[in-house]
Design a protein. Structure first.
Length: 192
């Protein structure tokens, strides 16, 4: 269980990161995948801003977790209704973070359970693989998929991603809390 979560730094500019911890886990995903909602559910407090307009997270946010490491909320990619210039700035910030942040040990890549992985998701997977950054897949909004459809949807996603490798999947719901315990346990394991 997380005892103390604190927003340490909000970064809008390349290289202005806080001093590294041994443990650092980042959360990446499309702008409308529910990243902030998931972080709030994991922490048990409303720490990440949620908006009905995708793309609210425009910075890299570093959360200190029990002085054991950082959970890092990355800007969403894809759908956000912002200027091309702003999207380009986000891309440069993300690239700098992934290439230069040596303390990063894991990325949880969020994909909407209701849909096949989008082009931008596949690009992110290829990018992480090229950079040699380990990642696991978090399937969000599982509560919005009928129970009878879940295995079918999961198999479609697994089939699409199998050409890139075999991955660990965490189906979760920020609304119902389903799967949150398993994801939290994995984070705790990584922070040991």
């Amino acid at each position: 269980m997380f005892k103390k979560i604190e927003l340490v730094k909000t970064v809008y500019t390349k290289g202005e990161y806080p001093p590294p911890f041994d443990n650092e886990i980042a959360f990446a995903g499309r702008s409308n995948v529910g990243k902030s909602s998931l972080l709030n559910k994991l922490f048990g407090i409303k720490i990440a801003k949620i908006s009905s307009n995708p793309g609210k997270t425009r910075s890299i946010n570093f959360y200190n977790v029990d002085n054991k490491g950082y959970l890092v909320d990355l800007p969403g990619y894809g759908f956000a209704n912002v200027s091309k210039e702003e999207k380009k700035k986000w891309a440069q910030l993300l690239e700098d973070y992934f290439v230069n942040r040596y303390s990063l040990q894991m990325v949880f890549l969020l994909i909407d359970h209701r849909h096949e992985p989008q082009k931008k998701d596949l690009e992110m997977i290829q990018w992480l693989k090229e950079l040699g950054i380990p990642f696991m897949i978090v399937l969000t909004k599982v509560d919005k998929v009928k129970k009878s459809e879940r295995i079918k949807k999961l198999n479609i996603i697994k089939s699409t991603l199998s050409k890139y490798g075999d991955y660990i999947y965490f189906p979760v719901s920020s609304n119902t809390g389903e799967g949150i315990g398993d994801l939290k346990n994995e984070i705790i394991r990584l922070f040991r």
